[in-house]
Design a protein around this ligand. Structure first.
Ligand SMILES: *Cc1c(COP(=O)(O)O)cnc(C)c1O
Length: 425
């Protein structure tokens, strides 16, 4: 942490622009940690928060309910094929804890002897202990390894670095075969995976059909499928609901990040009727889910989420993304031609640019200090706020960024990567 002596203080923000206390402006290429949808200071979202704040700031979802939370639950069920009920929490990690607890207790409640959780290598589901256990990324979590619960870890297809002697297609088939074999043993309660792509694990997009096949394997073997759409849903990879695009039908799904447009903290775990019904019973049967957070169903967060979802429809955001997303493609060749760029992975409003020191060997680039801080500094000089995932520059701008703004962002990203050359080890 010694590296971070002087943080740049952000004073205000409007649209895609962040302004620091010296008046310098940067494009928010990170969507303020992957959650901003409409840009900053969007009047309708601000009004949704302030008008709700004047009526009811917070009450509780214990024995009570509130209108904004109920409306939001209806909206979420309405857009999520196959889902029946919603459990609110206040961040993505908690939503995943809830999902895993639901899956384990579902098996108990239905008298099944399935107790294990399976997950994909390299997945990420949050920073709390349950979420760390399920989404193990060694670099983040290795210090806590002894405190994490055991998880059955399955291989995930890697198109850029398939194992020696395998084509990417071979590798996908290999991963699915292994999954089938392991899930078939009858001891797994649920398979937990990100939907569409592993983002924190390095912007790895699943090959076509992989998620759907995983869903089918789960069905065949009576394993619940828990999908994490916290980073990839709500238009980040294009479609509103990623699992619908993947033609996959999960039993439990988690949303977060973009749910409130990036203005307040809120997350949700949705379940099918089959899962929900297993928790119904008389009090002394103890079938219900013992879980609840102080701010569950917060009315201000729910109000801004409702307005956000209304705006998705009114402004036809998902269609707009299809068009804006083409700007990323225009820069594909230019990026890939750069000396330091080994791979460019793009879908919807997400692009991962993998930096390598040897294109042929695909050696990840290393620098004299943390890559993230160097790229942050260089980006800032070029008027963009960038945050990397190891050696991968991740572009995840606010979803409603205009084509002109996105072009500007990509031009500045190219310029930033070019200036890095002098600073590699
Ligand atoms: C960010 C993220 C989480 C955790 O959400 P927090 O709100 O940061 O706790 C979980 N899963 C995925 C895929 C994420 O990207």
């Amino acid at each position: 942490m010694a590296e971070w002596k002087k943080f740049c203080t952000i004073r205000s923000a409007r649209g895609v622009w962040l302004t620091d206390t010296n008046g310098n402006k940067m494009i928010d290429a990170v969507a303020s940690m992957w959650c901003n949808v409409w840009g900053h200071s969007e009047r309708r979202l601000v009004t949704a928060m302030t008008s709700q704040a004047k009526k009811l700031q917070h009450s509780s979802l214990f024995n009570l309910t509130n209108r904004p939370a109920e409306e939001l639950a209806d909206r979420l069920v309405g857009i999520s094929p196959g889902m029946n009920s919603v459990f609110f929490s206040d961040n993505g990690s908690s939503a995943m804890e809830v999902a895993v607890k639901m899956a384990i207790q579902y098996c108990k409640n239905t008298n099944q002897k399935r107790t294990k959780i399976a997950a994909l290598k390299n997945g990420y589901h949050g920073d709390t202990f349950g979420a760390m256990s399920v989404g193990y990324i060694p670099e983040f979590f290795s210090r806590f390894q002894r405190q994490l619960f055991p998880v059955v870890r399955l291989s995930v297809p890697d198109k850029y670095r398939p194992p020696r002697g395998m084509t990417p297609q071979d590798h996908t088939e290999y991963c699915l075969d292994k999954m089938e074999e392991r899930l078939g043993r009858g001891d797994i309660a649920a398979l937990v995976m990100e939907s569409g792509a592993q983002v924190a694990g390095g912007a790895l997009l699943y090959p076509e059909g992989f998620e759907r096949s995983a869903g089918r394997i789960c069905k065949r073997h009576g394993v619940l499928l828990v999908l994490d759409e916290i980073a990839t849903g709500f238009g980040r990879l294009g479609p509103m609901i990623q699992y619908a695009r993947q033609k996959c039908s999960p039993d439990i799904v988690a949303y977060g990040k973009m749910l409130t447009g990036g203005y307040l903290t809120m997350a949700a775990t949705l379940a099918t009727k089959k899962v929900y019904d297993a928790f119904l019973g008389e009090f002394d049967e103890h079938l219900h889910l013992f879980h609840g957070h102080t701010y569950t169903g917060n009315p201000i967060a729910a109000a801004v989420a409702n307005t956000n979802l209304r705006m998705y429809k009114e402004r036809n955001l998902i269609n707009r993304i299809k068009k804006t997303s083409l700007v990323f493609e225009q820069f594909y060749d230019e990026l890939l031609a750069l000396n330091m760029v080994g791979d460019v992975r793009h879908r919807g409003m997400l692009m991962g640019i993998e930096l390598v020191s040897d294109k042929r060997k695909k050696t990840p680039v290393t620098m004299e200090k943390s890559i993230n801080s160097i790229i942050f500094e260089e980006g800032r000089k070029n008027g963009i706020y960038l945050r990397t995932l190891g050696n991968i520059v991740l572009l995840v701008p606010p979803l409603a960024i205009t084509e002109e703004e996105l072009e500007m962002l990509l031009n500045r990203t190219v310029r930033t990567i070019k200036t890095l050359k002098t600073r590699i080890m």
